[in-house]
Ligand binder design. Sequence first.
Ligand code: A8S
Length: 164
Amino acid sequence: MKTLYHTHNVLPHQCSSTLVQTIDAPLARVWSFVRRFNEPQGYKQLIKSCIMHDGDGGVGSVREVTVKSGLPAERSIERLDMLDDDMHVMVFSIIGGDHRLSNYQSTLTVHQEDGGGKTVVIESYVVDIPDGNSKEETCWFINTIVRCNLKSLAEIAEGRVRRR
Ligand code: A8S
């Protein structure tokens, strides 16, 4: 069931959203990019580099990503909470960094589309609304980043661009 991992308990001071991307590539290929927690720059275009603080990509691993210039932050510390290679589920949390995102948690699932050879990726998140921002502003900002990540995942999985 596609909604299984995307039903969140959202508190009043939080915002949440769900984004969907259809990709014209086999599920196994899409998942192979998603599952590499220690290599998010493999598909996330906004990430410049990634170093591991703990672990090597398994559950509990902690990474520090550096993002490209022009964004309102430079780095983010993130922990892998769940990685299920059978159900194709990945959950990670942002646990630090020089940005204003508190209690950010993302859930990404990958599904085989009925008929055809296409794959559907669903990513949902929950995050605290920072002081001084509205729910709409917060969701707009995160949705822009997540949509950009899902678009670049599609480009790479479909072979329209090469991996860096
Ligand atoms: C992800 C999702 C998000 C990443 C955000 C929301 C971020 O890496 C970027 C810009 C920021 O201002 C915040 O899946 C932060 O990567 C691209 C550094 C956390």
